[in-house]
Design a binder for this molecule. Structure first.
Ligand code: ADP
Length: 402
């Protein structure tokens, strides 16, 4: 979904974040600022934020390319919102620099940063009709009336809310209100859109369709850079080109969404991005052919010998974890050379569109999910599960306090 085209930030362009005090925020021009890291996108460079001496974001460095959707995920309190607030200008870092649209915005007020922001609880002005809400940012910067009308119409059309222009927020559902909030952020044509848990107040079904709509919206605005904060890994995987994972104020994993899911760099990333089987194994043969793309390593899991993608940094006889996703385990062999593991069935759960099977192998619990089975195994049965070495990732165990 990323685009090679670098958008140009209009100097002085800025969105009006919900509730922001516009009058107090003069638009400072930074057209003369020298080119800086981040190009047309966004960059955090060694950003540290502390509240009353407590560091909640530590030495955070992240570059978001122009047109990219970057999801920032992590548990509650890990510093996600703080990172967004820093780039939006609502919190001042103790150290580090912030760049947006090729400019150093660290010292600019929020209005001057060219950023649109949507937060989780709509924050629409209740006394204003939809069209007035969407026009708010444009009016605040004194856009001509015909431009306001055109931009409002275009932003509402983008989120499928044209026919609701005359309604008040209280006459809209939660999903519709959040669409209006997105239209309001887009009306000023920001180069950067910050979304802070924009769907978390909505129910599951609406969330899913909104995720699809956001993906569609980005296809129509391919140069829009999006920084998307969520604690929901499915939203992140569905929408984002890349994902950054925060833990206790620190960046612990970063990569293209699919790669991060398939080959998590650490246990935290493996478990945060979905269900994972993490088997304690001991390295036997780290893999012999350096430089070749699909080397495999051999590890020992109890009495079983398994193969996994080779991974630098794990020496023979070192302990590590083998990560394999439940949907990558199969009850029937699917390819020559696949791993096979003898297991006993503990529980079988039918969940409508899938079967969830809990197994025990070498004293460890394993989960396998499959499309619904006509003849599922019985609890207590012994069987063999299979998985491809390509779906097995080795994880270096975390050193205590390191
Ligand atoms: P997340 O978005 O990942 O849930 P936040 O960035 O909101 O996390 O918060 C990170 C940490 O900073 C939390 O421990 C939170 O309690 C603390 N925090 C956030 N805002 C403030 C504030 N205004 N004053 C003091 N502490 C804050």
């Amino acid at each position: 979904m990323s685009s090679a085209a670098a958008p140009e930030f209009g100097a002085g362009e800025a969105s009006i974040p919900p509730g922001a005090d516009l009058a107090a925020a003069p638009a400072t021009s930074a057209v003369d600022a020298p080119p800086v890291p981040g190009g047309g996108g966004v960059a955090f460079e060694g950003v540290t934020v502390a509240y009353k001496g407590d560091t909640v974001l530590a030495d955070f460095t992240l570059t978001v390319r122009p047109g990219e959707i970057m999801a920032v995920i992590g548990p509650s309190g890990s510093g996600k919102t703080t990172a967004l607030r820093a780039i939006a200008g609502f919190v001042r870092p103790v150290s580090g620099r912030l760049f947006a649209g090729g400019r150093d915005v660290t010292d600019l007020p929020p209005r001057a940063r060219g950023i649109g922001m949507v937060v989780q609880n709509y924050a629409l002005f209740p006394h204003m009709r939809v069209a007035e809400n969407v026009a708010f940012g444009l009016r605040a910067r004194r856009a001509a009336e015909d431009k306001v009308r055109a931009e409002v119409a275009s932003a509402l059309a983008m989120v499928g809310m044209s026919s609701f222009a005359a309604r008040y927020p209280r006459e809209l559902s939660g999903g519709q209100q959040q669409r209006v909030a997105i239209a309001r952020a887009l009306a000023i044509r920001p180069e950067l859109l910050l979304l802070d848990e924009p769907l978390s107040a909505l129910d599951a079904q609406i969330r899913q369709s909104m995720v699809e709509e956001l993906a569609r919206l980005h296809r129509t605005l391919p140069t829009l850079t999006v920084l998307y904060v969520t604690h929901d890994q499915t939203e992140a995987l569905t929408l984002a080109d890349r994902i950054a994972i925060l833990r206790e104020g620190r960046l612990v994993a970063l990569g293209p969404s699919r790669e991060l899911y398939q080959r998590p760099p650490n246990r935290f990333a493996a478990e945060f991005l979905g269900r994972a089987n993490l088997l304690p194994v001991v390295m036997e043969a780290p893999g012999e052919t350096p430089g070749s793309g699909d080397r495999t390593a051999a590890v020992r899991f109890g009495a079983a010998r398994l193969r996994a993608r080779a991974r630098a940094g794990i020496a023979a006889s070192e302990s590590c974890l083998l990560c394999v996703r439940p949907h990558d385990l199969f009850l029937a062999p699917r390819e020559p050379g696949a791993n096979s593991l003898s297991a006993s069935v503990r529980e079988v759960r039918w969940k409508g569109d899938l079967h969830d099977i809990v197994l025990e192998a070498e004293g460890q619990t394993l989960r396998l999910t499959s499309a619904p089975l006509r003849a599922p195994p019985e609890p207590g049965a012994r069987l063999t599960v299979h998985f491809s070495p390509a779906d097995a990732t080795l994880i270096i165990p975390e050193r205590p306090h390191g």
